[in-house]
Design a protein around this ligand. Structure first.
Ligand code: URA
Length: 421
C-alpha cells in the first residue's frame, strides 16, 4: 500500500485503518507525500468526515511524530486544562497556581494568540524577564519544585500538528471537528499528563460560534480520549462578551493577579473554580464538584495561590511586584474612558470585534512571528446586563499612541450595544 492509495480510499469514502493513517502521516513527515497530496487528504477528510476510529488513529500518528514528555511517578497526579480560545480568557493564569495548591501537578503548554483570540503565552510574556521556552528538563525541574509551569510548545512536540495546521490554514480545512480533535488531543497527550479538562467555547468570540457544533467537538474530544485511554472532560462555556474585566496582554496578567488576590470578577472566577473542580474530580482528588470548588476558593482566600503564582513566575525568571501599582507590568502611555452615549441596558459587547480591535492596536498578530505590544487593551467597568446612564464609564481604553487611542474609542461605539429602556 502506498500513501497515494490511502488518499484515493479516503476520497472514495472508505474508512481507513490505523496502519493506513500511520503510513500517511509518516510519509508526509518524511517528505515522500507532498503538501498538495496531504492537502487533498485534508479536504477529503473535511468533506467525508473521519470516524472515531480514524480520528483516534490520526491522533496517535500525530502524537508519535515527536517527543512525549514523561514525569516521575512521584509527581502524580499530572493534569492540565486547555481552552479552545476566546477573548479576555486569562483563566489559565489564575487556574494553574490554584490547581497546584489543591495538590495537582500542572505542566501547562500553551499557545500564542491566533486570529482574534488571545494566547496565554503572549499574555505571560508581558511579565518582565519571564522565560517560556523551557526544555523538557527545565519543565520537569520547575514542576517538581513548584508543582507547575507555563511553557511554550516546542518544535519537537507533535511536529505533525505544526505542519498540518499550516496546511489546514491555507486550504480552508481548519473547521473540521475530527481534525481539531486530533490536533488538540495529540498536543495534550504529548505533555505527559494523565488527564485534561477542556473548555470548549462557543459564541461570537469563539473559534466555533455555533453551540451545537461546539457540543459535537466536546463529545468527540471525550470519546477519542476514551479510546486512547486518556482522561478528557469537556465543559462548554459561552464566549459572546469578553471574559472578566480586561482584554489585552499585560492588562490580563494584572487582572489575573488581582483575581488571585481575591478581587476576581464573578464570571472569571465561576469558570476558573469550575475548571479546577473538574480537574480535581478527574484526578480522583475529590468526589464532588462542590468539594472541588470549595478547595479552589480556599486556595484563593488563603493567598496560597497568589504566592504560588509569584513563585512560579520567579522560577521562570520573571518578576511580579505586588507592591507596585500595576505590578511592574508594561503600561500604555495613552489611556481614555469610553462613556455611554445614552442611558439604557448594555445588550452586547462584541467579543470578536474587541479581539480584532486589540489585534489592530498591536496586541495580537496578523502573521506568525509578528511582534506583540503587551500594553494596549481594554478594562471593562460594566458588562452585559448592566444599566448605564449617559456618560457613565463603560470601559477604559489603553493604547500605545494617540491615534490608536482615538480610533479605538470611536470603534467601540459599534461594538458595545446599549438598549434604551
Ligand atoms: N486549536 C488547536 O490546537 N488545533 C485546532 O485544530 C484548532 C484549535
Amino acid at each position: 500500500m502506498r500513501a497515494y492509495d490511502v488518499l484515493i480510499k479516503k476520497r472514495d469514502g472508505v474508512e481507513l485503518d490505523k496502519s493506513e493513517i500511520g503510513l500517511l502521516v509518516e510519509s508526509y513527515l518524511d517528505g515522500e507525500l507532498t503538501d498538495y497530496q496531504m492537502s487533498a487528504f485534508l479536504m477529503a477528510s473535511f468533506l467525508n468526515g473521519l470516524s472515531l476510529d480514524e480520528t483516534a488513529a490520526l491522533t496517535e500518528a500525530m502524537l508519535s511524530s515527536g517527543d512525549v514528555l514523561s514525569f516521575e511517578e512521584s509527581l502524580a497526579p499530572l493534569v492540565d486544562k486547555h481552552s479552545t480560545g476566546g477573548v479576555g480568557d486569562k483563566v489559565s493564569l489564575v487556574l494553574l497556581p490554584i490547581a497546584v495548591e489543591c495538590g495537582l501537578r500542572v505542566p501547562m503548554i500553551s499557545g500564542r494568540s491566533l486570529g482574534f483570540t488571545g494566547g496565554t503565552l503572549d499574555k505571560l510574556e508581558s511579565i518582565p524577564g519571564i522565560e517560556t521556552s523551557l526544555d523538557p528538563e527545565k519543565m520537569k525541574e520547575i514542576v517538581s519544585e513548584q508543582g507547575g509551569c507555563f511553557a511554550a510548545q516546542t518544535e519537537r512536540l507533535v511536529p505533525a500538528d505544526g505542519k498540518l495546521y499550516a496546511l489546514r490554514d491555507a486550504t480552508g480545512t481548519v473547521e473540521s471537528i475530527p481534525l481539531i480533535t486530533s490536533s488538540i488531543l495529540s498536543k495534550k497527550m504529548a505533555e505527559g499528563v494523565e488527564a485534561n479538562v477542556i473548555d470548549v467555547k462557543f459564541g461570537r468570540g469563539a473559534f466555533m460560534e455555533d453551540e451545537a457544533r461546539a457540543a459535537s467537538l466536546a463529545e468527540m474530544l471525550e470519546e477519542v480520549g476514551r479510546r486512547l485511554s486518556f482522561k478528557v472532560k469537556t465543559i462548554l462555556s459561552p464566549m459572546d462578551q469578553p471574559l472578566g474585566k480586561s482584554v489585552g496582554n499585560a492588562l490580563e496578567v494584572a487582572e489575573a493577579v488581582e483575581s488571585l488576590m481575591g478581587e476576581g470578577s464573578d464570571d472569571l472566577m465561576a469558570l476558573t473554580h469550575r475548571l479546577v473542580a473538574e480537574m480535581l474530580l478527574l484526578a480522583g482528588r475529590v468526589e464532588t464538584l462542590e468539594r472541588g470548588v470549595s478547595l479552589s476558593k480556599e486556595a484563593i482566600d488563603s493567598q496560597r495561590a497568589l504566592e504560588r503564582f509569584v513563585s512560579i513566575v520567579e522560577a521562570q525568571g520573571g518578576r511580579i511586584d505586588l507592591e507596585k501599582e500595576g505590578f511592574g507590568l508594561p503600561r500604555a502611555d495613552f489611556i481614555a474612558s469610553f462613556k455611554a452615549g445614552k442611558s439604557g441596558l448594555i445588550k452586547g459587547i462584541d467579543a470578536r470585534g474587541i479581539g480584532e480591535l486589540l489585534r489592530e492596536m498591536g496586541g495580537g498578530r496578523f502573521r506568525a512571528g509578528d511582534q506583540i505590544d503587551p500594553a494596549p487593551g481594554f478594562v471593562f467597568e460594566r458588562k452585559v446586563g448592566e444599566r448605564v446612564a449617559v456618560n457613565d464609564v463603560i470601559c477604559e481604553v489603553h493604547a500605545s499612541d494617540e491615534s490608536a487611542l482615538s480610533g479605538a474609542v470611536s470603534r467601540l461605539r459599534d461594538l458595545i450595544e446599549i438598549e434604551a429602556l
